[in-house]
Design a binder for this molecule. Structure first.
Ligand SMILES: Cc1ncc(COP(=O)(O)O)c(C=O)c1O
Length: 384
């Protein structure tokens, strides 16, 4: 084979393992596999999208995006950080796009980046794509999925340029207390690291306020956010990067130009409309997700060999599921045979082994039906 046909970076990455189960699943399964809200975007945003197109908003925008939307986003962070405006925000074409931008903006070949594990499966390949090295820190069940500073200290070195935090977490549902956040912040400060904080689930939190890295006063923080989860707009592909660091934002915006020139013109008006007129929409979704979360956690914890934390945010539970002699992938395959789709924990990294991820993005009735099946399957496997 001619090794020069494709770039080293293309050859260095693999398709994500998370979709493997999907490809095996039939149409009639109860699916806990999908990491996207089962809601539609607010109707008012869909109408505004349509109207914006009719009004001729079908053109390039400035790279950083519609100033009124960026201003609105900046002020939506006001209770964490005052004094920000449109200059602190760059629109992107999704959280995924924002992450790639930040790896391109911050990481040189040979640098390493500290990443959570179990992880959202894009992080490692993003590091590889920019020539960096992914170094994983474990977020373990025993520690409520919060990394220990000792484990971080044991992998950081002089070539570490950034650490990525993701709370609320996909896949674990882990969230931080302010004290835990401050310890993670101090670690980054001590080593002069950039913090890439993926906070795309910041509006899907249960009861307690989201704990952000915004407003902590450290100047090397860049926050990734997205409207995929906030307004159930996964298919729209719109997100943003926000930082108090204007010098960093200049670099981010420069890179964004070469990634996508700008975001989608009409869609930005639609998101602005949603922020202005449907700001309680995420709270409505979060309430429903919380009920589903309670339901699924209660059901799982009543099953033999299953232990599940009760997340305070996100749309996932990540229970420990013990079936003697079986890997999490084997258990997931047995569940699939019985009509339930979930993701094996090892799809999110080695610390995920022994776990399953269930996304509670289906109705409470379907969750109950699905949990009946999971219970039966686990009983059968444990007897066998
Ligand atoms: C933790 C996390 N970050 C980022 C994203 C990317 O979201 P999007 O590209 O849809 O904005 C997701 C999507 O599932 C996610 O779970």
């Amino acid at each position: 084979m001619d090794m020069r046909t494709y770039s080293d970076r293309a050859l260095a990455i693999q398709p994500t393992g998370v979709r493997k189960m999907f490809d095996l699943a039939g149409d009639d399964v109860i699916s806990f596999g999908l990491g996207e809200p089962d809601f539609q975007p607010p109707a008012i945003a869909i109408e505004a999208f349509h109207q914006a197109m009719l009004d001729g908003r079908n053109k390039y925008t400035t790279t950083a995006g519609l100033p009124a939307l960026r201003q609105k986003i900046a002020s939506s962070w006001e209770h964490y950080q005052t004094g920000m405006d449109e200059q602190n925000v760059c629109m992107t074409m999704s959280g995924t796009n924002a992450l790639l931008n930040l790896f391109m903006t911050l990481v040189n070949p040979g640098d390493n980046v500290l990443l959570p594990e179990p992880y959202f499966p894009l992080y490692g390949p993003d590091a590889t794509l920019v020539g960096g090295e992914a170094r994983y820190y474990p977020c373990l069940f025993e520690d409520e999925f919060i990394p220990s500073v000792e484990s971080l200290e044991s992998i950081v070195d002089e070539n570490t340029v950034a650490i990525l935090y993701n709370f609320p977490s996909n896949p674990t549902g882990g969230t931080l207390t302010a004290q835990q956040r401050d310890e993670l912040l101090d670690f980054a400060k001590r080593h002069d690291l950039w913090i890439i904080s993926d906070e795309v689930y910041d509006r899907i939190v249960f009861g307690e306020e989201h704990v952000s890295f915004m407003g902590t006063g450290y100047e090397k923080i860049l926050i990734v956010n997205s409207f995929s989860k906030t307004f159930a707009m996964t298919g729209w592909r719109i997100g943003y990067i926000i930082s108090t660091n204007l010098e960093a934002m200049k670099q981010v915006i420069k890179i964004q130009y070469y990634i996508s020139a700008c975001s989608n013109d009409a869609m930005q008006y639609a998101v602005l409309e949603a922020m202005e007129k449907a700001n309680d929409y995420p709270d409505m979704m979060a309430k429903e997700f919380q009920q589903r979360c309670d339901l699924i956690v209660d059901r799982l914890n009543a099953m033999p060999g299953v232990q599940c934390h009760r997340p305070k945010g996100s749309i996932y539970v990540f229970p420990k599921v013990d079936v003697e002699g079986m890997t999490s992938e084997e258990v997931a395959l047995e569940l699939l045979k019985d009509g339930v789709l979930c993701s094996p924990g090892n799809a999110f990294g080695p610390s995920g082994e022994g776990h399953l991820r269930f996304a509670y993005t289906i109705s409470q009735a379907d969750i109950s039906r699905g949990m009946d099946k999971v219970e039966q399957t686990l009983k059968r496997l444990q007897q066998g």
